[in-house]
Design a protein around this ligand. Structure first.
Ligand code: ASP
Length: 362
């Protein structure tokens, strides 16, 4: 069974394949209108969502399939204490494919370990959001034409912004990508992203404090919301919540072919006067999300039918129940699952949690 828990579950060829399929869907909508006839997508959303859930729903409807699911864990057996593992086993009896969003980091991973149908991670805490990444890639493809050799500035909450983590991991599959990290100290990119993703893949990265100083060099400016719901300390959130704001005035310094992306929702980090600038691609980005999710559903169902079974949910060298995760939002600290740790791939000799990539607790 193949699942999409993380963008790295797809090779570069597979990423390109999903993007190309999405482009074909855009050009030939009719051809795909019954492609999922008789199939059911279960949308299991334990956390709020507008675009992701509705675009999954619209995607399955446009493929001629059906959708069932929930939008609020309080109305499900989760409120009675049912685990992600058990809920997954149950839903596997009703549906052909699952899209899961959860506040517990690693929830989709645990779901995949217990599913007999493909699982798509629709966002797990501040860890990963691979289908937003496919949306971002399709947008870059349509707006800029290629992924190789782009200079992309990530601005805002790089610490908790799961879309940032996932997009950098996917871009690591391409050549000549350069990353500029624009964030205050409190919201810097997690270490595992710097060492195991950027440095290991030879992606040059620079950390800067203002968007103004890099604006003229960027091909893509990826704006993000400060993720209020992930802060444990409200004062800390208050200190950084207005850290950055893109305005029409600031965008004047960008290249004409630069594109502004944002996974949305926006709060105050992009003023509305930017919306009418042709470089503002974030609402076009939303529509791409539907097409790319259509492509992903088709691809995963095809792999399931073919019995494609190459995905390893336990990385090489995984040790079981020897460490405890330092991340209190990790599913291994919230549900009764095996605590799984793999050796870090940067040669540092440390272990990282298989579910959320955090270090072991001291
Ligand atoms: N919609 C995106 C996500 O689910 C970005 C955000 O919420 O700020 O991660």
């Amino acid at each position: 069974m193949r699942h999409i828990i993380d963008p790295t579950d797809l090779s570069r060829e597979e990423l390109d394949g999903v993007i190309d399929l999405a482009l074909d869907i855009i050009d030939n909508r009719e051809k795909y209108s019954e492609a999922c006839k008789g199939k059911k997508l279960a949308t299991l959303f334990y956390e709020p969502s507008t675009r992701t859930r509705l675009s999954f729903t619209a995607a399955m409807m446009e493929l001629g399939g059906n959708v069932l699911g929930f939008t609020d864990a309080q109305s499900t057996s989760a409120s009675k204490g049912e685990t992600v593992a058990d809920t997954t086993k149950v839903i596997s009896c009703f549906a052909d494919i699952i899209a899961m969003r959860h506040f517990e980091e690693g929830a989709a991973h645990v779901s995949a370990m217990n599913a007999t149908i493909p699982v798509i991670n629709a966002g797990d805490g501040s860890h990963s959001h691979p289908t937003q990444t496919l949306t971002d890639l399709l947008t870059i493809k349509r707006e800029i034409g290629h992924f190789d050799n782009i200079k992309i500035g990530f601005c805002g909450d790089l610490r908790f912004g799961r879309t940032v983590h996932s997009l950098i991991k996917a871009l690591a599959r391409y050549e000549g990508v350069e990353v500029i990290l624009i964030a205050p100290d409190e919201l810097r990119l997690p270490d595992y992203m710097k060492y195991e993703v950027c440095e290991k893949n030879n992606i040059p990265y620079r950390e800067v404090k203002t968007m103004e100083e890099v604006m003229p060099e960027l091909d893509v400016l990826y704006m993000t919301r400060v993720q209020k719901e992930r802060f444990l300390d409200e004062d800390e959130f208050d200190r950084v919540k207005d850290a950055f704001q893109l305005t029409a005035e600031k965008l004047k310094a960008a290249k004409p072919e630069c594109r502004v992306l944002h996974p949305l929702p926006r709060v105050n980090e992009i003023t509305v006067d930017v919306d009418s600038d042709p470089r503002a691609a974030y609402f076009r980005q939303v529509e791409n999300g539907k097409f790319v999710r259509m492509a992903l559903i088709l691809q995963l169902l095809k792999w399931a039918e073919e019995g494609e079974n190459s995905q390893k949910l336990l990385p090489e060298g995984t040790v079981v129940n020897q460490h405890r995760c330092s991340n209190r939002r990790c599913i291994s600290n919230m549900e009764n699952v095996d605590r799984l740790f793999r050796p870090a791939t940067d040669g540092s000799g440390i272990y990282r949690c298989v579910y959320c990539e955090s270090k072991p607790a001291k």
